[in-house]
Design a protein. Structure first.
Length: 381
């Protein structure tokens, strides 16, 4: 194993010296041994997270994890779009990062073109029996990127110098590659709208329905769990949750979920039936907020089960089937008592949703461009 890895790196260095340094030239790597799993960490940190050093802290954690030892025959690649606008694909090793490829930064790190190129390169340079993905950046769930970047800080996934990618575009980009799991090391991605859109991109998703503290997960703890022959997704989610649940005061804030994406079609069907048959909650309904906003006018993320249960005139058997579908989809969910010591998290089923009513347009932040709107939420109207 070690001999193969050394020969691979010697050949790779020779390739990089004589080979390509931008997207216009093909990757011609030496033959690489097939790994059991290659985990690609896609880190878009050309934003406030990078300026404040959170990317480097996580990279240090990755290297510590490598020093402790990854499971045999597994590999970790890191695509890093940094604040200096450099874009590199690296391998995480016990000796640090080994740069495998550099990219022309005239293409945004979160454009479909760049994402496709990086995934393709990662599979060429580190072929494996199984592929997994970590998405690292800012995120704001399903909300489409604003046309006027000065009007709002809301984003879907990613922030590369102010550029974002919408959830439908991200899903369309990732779907052909199909990962075993996607870990969202970013805020708000455990929402039904985004995960339903991405249900064909992976088998499993790990993420948070609320704002995730900027430190995110501890890679030195989670990488061995994610790289195990049978990845311990619940263990990784639990490890992240425990970090923040052990804190006090305002920093005791976290919610984590593990979602079976293959079960979301059944949940969508059950939800559509509820929307078709039941009566929406009345004006006195107070939904469970998942943002610091205390008013529905500026909050777009609410607990899904809390909202469904508030419907009236709902058939008991249908409600039971809906909860069964939810339990099949969300196999793990935990939350701290409060969000930033401000919003009580009395209800947390593991998924958020947007509550659309007659006072809110279906085109709000591009909601009507989502498959969840077409397949499910539009049934209410």
């Amino acid at each position: 194993m070690h001999t193969l890895r050394i020969l691979f790196f010697i050949g790779l260095i020779a390739t990089l010296i004589t080979g390509c340094s931008d997207d216009d030239k093909p990757v011609v790597p030496p033959e690489a041994p097939t790994a059991t799993r290659t985990l690609l960490i896609y880190m878009a940190s050309n934003n406030s997270l990078g300026r404040e050093g959170y990317d480097q802290r996580d990279i240090d954690e990755m290297i510590r994890g490598a020093k402790a030892g990854f499971p045999d025959n597994s590999r970790v690649l890191l695509f890093h779009a940094a604040t200096d606008k450099s874009q590199t694909l690296n391998e995480v090793t016990s000796d640090g990062l080994v740069t495998l490829r550099t990219y022309d930064n005239t293409t945004s790190a979160i454009s479909p073109e760049r994402i496709n190129t990086v995934i393709s390169d990662s599979r060429t340079l580190a072929p494996a029996d199984d592929y997994a993905l970590v998405l690292w950046s800012h995120a704001n769930g399903w909300l489409a990127p604003p046309e006027d970047k000065n009007a709002s800080q809301q984003r879907s996934f990613g922030d590369d110098g102010g550029k974002q990618i919408s959830i439908p575009d991200l899903a369309a980009t990732l779907e052909p590659w199909k990962f075993s799991f996607i870990y969202f090391d970013c805020c708000y991605m455990a929402n039904i709208e985004s995960l339903y859109e991405m249900r064909h991109c992976a088998n499993w998703a790990i993420g948070s329905a609320i704002e995730l503290p900027a430190n995110g997960m501890d890679y030195s703890i989670n990488l061995p769990l994610l790289l195990a022959s049978t990845p311990d997704l619940i263990g990784a989610a639990e490890a992240t949750f425990n970090i923040y649940d052990s804190k006090t005061g305002m920093m005791r804030t976290c919610a984590m979920s593990v979602v079976n994406l293959n079960a979301l079609d059944d949940l969508a069907q059950a939800t559509r039936q509820v929307y078709q048959q039941a009566s929406s909650p009345g004006a006195d309904y107070h939904p469970q907020h998942f943002t610091l906003s205390s008013t529905g006018s500026s909050c777009f993320l609410f607990d899904l089960a809390h909202y469904i249960d508030a419907h009236s005139n709902i058939d008991s058997e249908l409600l039971a089937r809906w909860h069964e579908a939810l339990n099949n989809a969300v196999v793990y969910h935990k939350s701290t008592p409060y969000l930033w010591s401000t919003i009580p998290l009395d209800a947390h089923c593991g998924l958020s949703t947007f509550i659309l009513n007659t006072n809110v347009s279906s085109s709000t932040h591009g909601y009507d461009t989502l498959q969840w709107w077409t397949d499910v939420a539009s049934a209410k109207f």
